[in-house]
Design a protein around this ligand. Structure first.
Ligand code: NAP
Ligand code: MN
Length: 269
């Protein structure tokens, strides 16, 4: 059984969800877990909802390195970060008894805008134009100029984020056991005058990337940190690297990353 027993629940409180999580709370009490209202005191942080809720839980609890995160969906669909379901208390019960579960550690990326305080993303950081004209960004890899991008925007994703926005723009699905960051393009303009690599680019976890916004009246791009939009005026450059921290997650043993990829994207039933 898990010995550290402070649990913080993250969810949007509605009458419906309060009713639905009652049996789950009862199970926690049965196993002598203690609900805490301050996530900093929690050993286990549980998000209730979809993958989007899990990303919010991480952000709102400030990516606690010591805590164990557990994603529980409210029964509507399978998620990438939600191995457990409120509709299946048996597997939650087994998890609380520490049976048939394992702890996996997943990398996050660290993003620094204009040398300000860095923050983390678990899926991706995206940068997009906020105007209809093309957006110009110089891409540096390990401080060496790589390409000048012109188009709608760029996405830098983590391995676990590779199945999200990254995949929609043709990025590769990356095994989360790899330490890597991936750069993908959103509608790059490619012609005789402007040229970018045009394909997704996967870098080692030791590399860093800098995206320098070319200041031609488009210095107020939309920066996406997972599912939050950041409003930063005069964004000059965005530095991204794999973070030193890892997120610890409690997962079902029989639900590997590739099983989830298969169930989500290939298996219609
Ligand atoms: P949303 O608009 O509800 O999410 C879009 C979908 O992405 C949802 O089905 C969500 O699952 C799923 N998702 C989230 N993280 C995933 C992951 N790591 N692997 C596979 N699917 C994932 O917004 P949201 O739920 O707050 O999620 C935010 C994410 O949406 C962003 O981080 C970004 O990756 C993605 N996004 C995608 C596009 C696109 O594909 N064109 C555009 C913007 C943002 P749930 O329904 O379980 O939440
Ligand atoms: Mn969602």
């Amino acid at each position: 059984m898990l010995t550290k027993r402070n649990v913080f629940l993250f969810y949007k409180p509605t009458n419906e969800i309060e009713e639905k999580i009652k049996p789950f709370k009862e199970l926690l009490v049965q196993y002598n877990y203690r609900l805490v209202s301050n996530y900093k005191e929690a050993h286990i942080i549980v998000s209730i909802g979809g993958d989007g809720a899990f990303l919010q839980a991480l952000r709102k609890t400030e990516f606690q390195q010591e805590a164990l995160y557990l994603g529980v969906n409210n029964g509507d669909h399978l998620g990438f970060y939600t191995d457990f379901s409120l509709n299946d208390l048996t597997s939650i019960d087994e998890a609380l008894k520490n049976e048939n579960v394992e702890i996996r550690q997943y990398p996050a990326i660290e993003v620094t805008i204009n040398d300000e305080k860095p923050f983390y993303c678990f899926n991706e950081c995206s940068i997009r134009s906020n105007v209809i004209r093309t957006f110009v960004v110089d891409v540096f890899i390990d401080d060496i100029f790589f390409e000048r991008f012109r188009g709608d925007g760029l996405i830098v994703s983590t391995p676990t984020g590779s199945t999200a926005y990254n995949k929609s723009v043709g990025g590769a699905v990356v095994d989360p056991r790899l330490k890597a960051i991936q750069l993908t393009e959103i509608s790059s303009l490619n012609n005789n005058e402007f040229r970018t690599l045009g394909s997704p680019l996967i870098l080692s976890g030791n590399s860093s990337m800098k995206l320098s916004v070319v200041q031609d009246g488009n210095d107020y791009p939309i920066i996406g940190a997972d599912n939050e939009a950041l409003s930063i005026r005069h964004c000059h450059d965005v530095k991204i690297k794999l973070a030193d921290i890892k997120i610890k997650m409690l997962k079902l043993k029989d639900n590997s990353f590739f099983q989830r990829v298969q169930k989500t994207f290939l298996n219609k039933n």
